[in-house]
Design a protein around this ligand. Structure first.
Ligand code: BEZ
Length: 218
């Protein structure tokens, strides 16, 4: 069954969290939010991931991006587990809220269920990460199984790509990092590109001579 995916509006759920009740659309406000799930509290990979998120929180803050965690354990469990996360990486503080979904209805609506991971009460969340934009739509999703912890550098890179693409109406090529050339979207004609990018652009000379791979700096 298809679930929440890029281009969809994130459901406006209200859930309890370590920071009190959170309504997702209010939390997103006019900015970007990284909404991420983890399979369970007091589990090894999740502990390393939430500690890594805490360590990267400043990077996201600098970019105006807020963090919001969720799993099906309750708020009291999230609060107890936070002490372990912070002790595992001394100096790190879990300043972002973690929502609770004890009846597992939210993780279904957010397309964050791992069909292969179950406990006595049912299916557990996968490691899903949705980047939600100011229009409350999912801009990008990562979907990892419980055995694979995420790479936070790649999450930052994806945020940088989305923000750059939205600001300059461009796209970013494979392995792009900020400061490197971006590409001009296929829907933009060369004449439009000259107006949009007065700094100029370079077209790769490829066998097809179709002129579709155009690089510029923003
Ligand atoms: C973990 O976080 O280590 C984990 C959680 C659920 C299943 C497997 C691993």
């Amino acid at each position: 069954m298809p679930g929440l995916t890029i281009g969809d509006t994130v459901p406006n759920l209200e859930l309890d969290s370590t920071h009190g009740k959170i309504r997702i659309h209010d939390y997103v406000g006019n900015g970007y939010v990284i909404l991420f799930s983890h399979p369970g509290d007091f589990t090894p990979v999740c502990t390393t991931e939430l500690a890594a998120m805490a360590n990267y929180a400043k990077e996201f803050e600098k970019r105006g991006v807020k963090l919001l965690g969720i799993s099906c354990d309750d708020v009291q469990s999230h609060k107890e587990w936070t002490k372990d996360i912070e002790a595992y990486k001394p100096g790190s503080k879990v300043t972002y809220p973690i929502m609770a979904d004890p009846d597992r209805s939210a993780i279904k609506q957010l397309n964050m269920v791992d069909p292969d991971e179950k406990d006595a009460e049912g299916q557990l969340p996968s490691r899903t990460l949705h980047i939600v934009g100011p229009d409350k739509k999912v801009k990008l999703s990562f979907l990892y199984p419980s055995c694979t912890g995420r790479n936070m550098d790649e999450v930052v890179r994806a945020v940088d790509s989305l923000l750059t693409a939205a600001k300059h109406k461009v796209a970013t090529p494979a392995n792009w990092n900020p400061g490197e050339c971006v590409v001009i979207a296929p829907g933009v004609s060369d004449d439009e590109a000259k107006k949009m990018f007065p700094q100029g652009f370079e077209t790769a000379d490829l066998p097809s001579k179709k002129g579709y791979l155009r690089f510029t700096k923003v």
